[in-house]
Design a protein. Structure first.
Length: 382
């Protein structure tokens, strides 16, 4: 079995599909939750992760339940979800165990299930403290409700992350600043900020094409990202990745596994695992994933074995997301390739364009470059 110490579990249920969301999920089909849990156990079994005695279980440093909305599951099913995973793996001392949560789902009963099952990090889909933006994003909470929920949970949960979205049509810079101020005043340990994108096949993209939604202009979006970096850093949140800001000691360990190019296991519809250069992605359709597992078949839809050079290039792509960038010595030791042989022209081009800084040992995105990260990183894939 491959060597990994991180596991991602995809939980594909939500009450409603928000208009901007293109994640793998099935909304309004809670009747499938029981089948999903059976499918998950089957997939883990197929991968060789069967229930065993605790001292024989592989150890995890990070475990992440994402979605969809894992906390959409009723308490009984949520308990079962954690049992399925934790009868097959054990948590290392100090492991990070994170669950994505919709704020309104966090009843005392569910919080109790999370706590008793060993969760120690909550990632909340807060998105905004602006009532207009929340309504447009089709979220089911009001700003004051979100603040009240965060205030209620933070005394018992040290590690709480809040997701925030900027660039919502009609949103002003002042409204975004107010959202950031309110998030920091609540004292959460981590904030992730995402610029709204109009993904293909979403309701938002259809509305954009019809002229019903107008994306904010690029200058305003850039100003919003700038304000996020300034406000969060001034409030004691260090930026460690393009979208991620943390109080000291609270950077998300699980996500850092992705950006470091380390191995991780993943299960659930649409989940992608990466094990020593081999990437496999599960079928995205929840019904398709269930049907394959019911037949005892693998749900893998795509498999790719990366050649050494492709693996090295992908490592550049991933490492560049980190604020600390790429250390040339470290890169050579991990990949066997010289960073400059592989990507010299792209490094020079983006350094001259002001998107990268290069001190001879390390390259990293500049502040301006972080805004153009996707465009810069694409140039390193070869
Ligand atoms: S709650 Fe999150 S995962 Fe679910 S539809 Fe909305 S954005 Fe997507």
């Amino acid at each position: 079995m491959s060597d990994f110490r991180s596991l991602y579990v995809h939980v594909p249920f939500c009450r409603h599909r928000c208009g901007y969301c293109d994640f793998t999920l099935i909304a309004g089909r809670d009747d499938l939750i029981g089948d999903y849990l059976k499918g998950l156990a089957r997939e883990l079994d197929l991968l060789g992760h069967v229930p065993v005695r605790e001292d024989e279980r592989p150890e995890l440093d990070t475990l992440f339940f994402g979605g969809g909305t894992p906390t959409h599951l009723p308490p009984k099913e949520l308990t079962r979800l954690f049992q399925i995973v934790l009868s097959r793996f054990r948590l290392a001392e100090g492991a990070e165990v994170c669950v994505e949560a919709n704020p309104r789902d966090l009843t005392d009963e569910r919080l109790d299930v999370l706590r008793r099952s060993g969760m120690n990090r909550l990632s909340l889909g807060g998105q905004s403290f602006d009532a207009r933006a929340l309504a447009l994003l089709e979220r089911d909470h009001a700003p004051e409700e979100l603040a009240e929920i965060v205030r209620r949970i933070t005394p018992g949960w040290e590690n709480v992350s809040l997701d925030l979205i900027f660039g919502v049509p009609g949103q002003s810079l002042e409204s975004w600043e107010e959202t950031l101020q309110r998030a920091t005043s609540l004292g959460v340990s981590h904030v992730s900020t995402y610029g709204l994108t109009f993904e293909a096949n979403t309701a938002f993209e259809t509305r954009r094409r019809r002229g019903e939604l107008e994306p904010v202009d690029e200058e305003l979006e850039r100003a919003m990202y700038d304000v996020a970096m300034e406000t969060l850093e001034a409030a004691g949140y260090a930026q460690y990745e393009i979208s991620s800001f943390a109080k000291p000691g609270f950077a998300c360990r699980h996500n850092q596994i992705y950006w470091s190019g380390d191995s991780y296991e993943a299960v659930g519809p649409g989940a992608a695992r990466y094990l020593e250069g081999a990437r496999e992605t599960n079928i995205r359709s929840v019904l398709g994933w269930l049907a394959r597992l019911e037949r005892g078949e693998s749900p893998v839809a795509e498999a790719e074995e990366l050649a050494p050079e492709a693996r090295a290039r992908e490592l550049i792509f991933l490492n560049l997301r980190r604020v600390r960038g790429i250390d040339r010595t470290d890169f050579r030791e991990r990949t066997g390739f010289s960073l400059d042989r592989l990507a010299g022209p792209a490094i020079l081009h983006h350094t001259q364009a002001g998107n990268l800084e290069d001190d001879g040992q390390t390259i990293r995105l500049t502040r301006a470059g972080r805004f153009l990260a996707d465009h810069v990183m694409a140039d390193f894939l070869g």
